[in-house]
Design a protein around this ligand. Structure first.
Ligand code: GLN
Length: 520
């Protein structure tokens, strides 16, 4: 044990980079840090419901191993990864040995993967203690985490509001100081939109630049794993751990990973052309979102960036195309959950016990409404006779969206927009209105259709409701480094204005839980 000169409350509020420095300097041990996070989870997760599974024993064992290696010194200690001993949470769509993986669905309740996802193997190789698995909309379908079969996650800024989705669990865990880092997946915005509404940072890397081996597939041409953190530098550090070629993922890019951490430390946007996407702000965006977006533009301009306006006329069709392509691919990917190979099996109550009827009963009981809606949509869009009209047209729109990006990136190095049209809405508000729910993704979806990387960072609080607003940066495919460069500069300018990180202004959940305990 080190001398406890850092309180647990201070410890959990450090960024991952700051914590890593303290671990290296011997000011704190990995066991102390991991225990501080486990204690925080115990204190506040009853309210937030960010975690579906907590992996205390294994996390502490990994932390103890890091501490032992450090204490022994020598070559092995030297070789420890910078993030060794820094805990992390993993979205429960990503498979892990030794912990259940549910995808937020009843159909996988109690299922254990026999193998680790590549990204999880890489976390283990870096000796990062895995705190547990985080809540999500069932099979990552949703924008609010209300479609989880295990109850909604709540937004740490206001427990009556949504934390975004589908990765609301990872974003809320990081925002509520239950983890310094988390992994998410982003098919249409599920890393970036939760980041926006919880005041955290989320990155969807270039398609194919982080292995999806072991991420339960939703829509394979869109899915991407990425970092969920509190700072831009932390995202770069985590991206560097999980990124790079993987022969087990056939869509994995062969390129070596750029130095993203160095990019986050560049410190300048001088001379960079930043393009405002005309179609992704203004009408339909909440006034407070628009105001914070304009503040960010002014700061970047003052810092020497050249602000230009670009037009992406086909982005207006992106949402429609996404909600045909995504359900089509999902209907195919989810066919394997049939009551035979994985998890739940439900037998029909009466009638003949045929395999089709067992599959029918299992899928009827195991899948929630949103998943069923999308499977039906997808099979319809793919059916003979409608294929060209729906799926075929959507693929053509996808090409047009890609061309819009190409034209925009000829005029600008990085594009910018609000991440989501509104701040966090109240739980239940859009649950019965799928189209209103889908509209949350209007600004994030184009990046998935084109495979380009996107980063969301906190842009401040909206005037009308005091809730976090997200700013989205987009770069050409394989140019993720630009996002970290611009993101880190904007973050430091904003934090100078706020006098510290935005999350320092979030309500103190632990204090609240003490009050409620006393009241009981
Ligand atoms: N909200 C989007 C959807 O429901 C995005 C989901 C995701 O990125 N996994 O499809």
């Amino acid at each position: 044990m080190t001398e406890q000169n850092i309180s647990a409350d201070t410890l959990i509020r450090l960024s991952a980079a700051q914590l890593a420095e303290k671990l290296r300097a011997g000011e704190v041990t990995a066991v102390e840090a991991t225990q501080a996070y486990l204690d925080r989870i115990a204190a506040v997760d009853g309210k937030v419901n960010a975690f579906l599974h907590i992996n205390a024993e294994e996390a502490l064992a990994v932390a103890a191993e890091v501490d032992a290696i450090r204490a022994a010194g020598g070559a092995e200690a030297e070789a420890l990864h910078f993030l060794a001993g820094v805990p992390i949470a993993v979205k429960d769509l990503i498979v892990t040995i030794g912990q259940p993986t549910t995808a937020g669905s009843k159909i996988l309740e109690g299922w254990h993967s026999p193998y680790d996802a590549t990204v999880v193997e890489r976390l283990r190789a870096a000796k990062m203690p895995i705190l547990g698995k985080t809540n999500l909309d069932e099979f990552a379908m949703g924008s609010s985490t209300e479609h989880s079969a295990y109850g909604p996650t709540r937004n740490p800024w206001d427990l009556d509001r949504i934390p975004g989705g589908s990765g609301g669990g990872s974003a809320a865990a990081v925002a509520a100081f239950e983890a310094p880092l988390a992994l998410g997946t982003d098919t249409g915005g599920s890393i970036r939109q939760p980041g926006a509404v919880t005041g955290t940072v989320g990155v969807k890397p270039t398609y194919g630049s982080v292995s999806r081996y072991g991420a339960i597939a939703m829509a394979s041409s869109l899915d991407q794993i990425g970092p969920v953190t509190r700072t831009v530098l932390d995202s770069a550090l985590l991206h560097q751990v999980i990124g790079g070629h993987d022969p087990r993922d056939s869509t994995s890019l062969p390129d070596p990973l750029a130095d993203l951490v160095a990019a986050a430390k560049t410190g300048s946007v001088e001379g960079l052309r930043i393009g405002i996407i005309k179609e992704l702000h203004g009408e339909g965006y909440q006034a407070g979102v628009e105001n914070r977006f304009n503040d960010a533009l002014a700061l970047l301009k003052d810092a020497g960036a050249e602000i230009v306006e670009v037009s992406c006329p086909n982005f207006q069709y992106a949402l429609g195309a996404y909600y045909l392509i995504m359900p089509s691919e999902a209907s195919s990917n989810l066919a394997k959950f049939d009551g035979v190979r994985y998890g739940l099996r439900v037998l029909p109550e009466e009638g003949p016990m045929t395999i089709e009827r067992v599959m029918g009963a299992t899928r009827a009981a195991g899948f929630g409404d949103e998943v069923k809606r999308r499977i039906i949509l997808g099979t319809y869009a793919l059916s003979a006779g409608y294929y060209d009209a729906y799926y075929g047209s959507a693929q053509k729109v996808r090409t047009l969206v890609q061309r819009d990006f190409e034209a925009a990136f000829a005029q600008a190095d990085v594009l910018i927009s609000p991440t989501a049209p509104t701040t966090a809405f109240p739980l239940g508000e859009k649950l019965d209105d799928p189209l209103a729910m889908y509209l949350n993704d209007v600004a994030t979806i184009p990046a998935n259709l084109a495979g380009v990387p996107g980063l969301s960072l906190p842009g401040g609080l909206a005037d009308e409701d005091g809730l976090p607003v997200g700013i989205q940066l987009l770069a050409p495919a394989r140019e993720d480094a630009r996002l970290y460069r611009v993101g880190a500069v904007l973050e430091s300018l904003l934090e100078a204005k706020w006098g510290g990180p935005l999350l320092a202004q979030a309500p103190d959940l632990a204090a609240e839980s003490l009050e409620t305990q006393e009241a009981k």
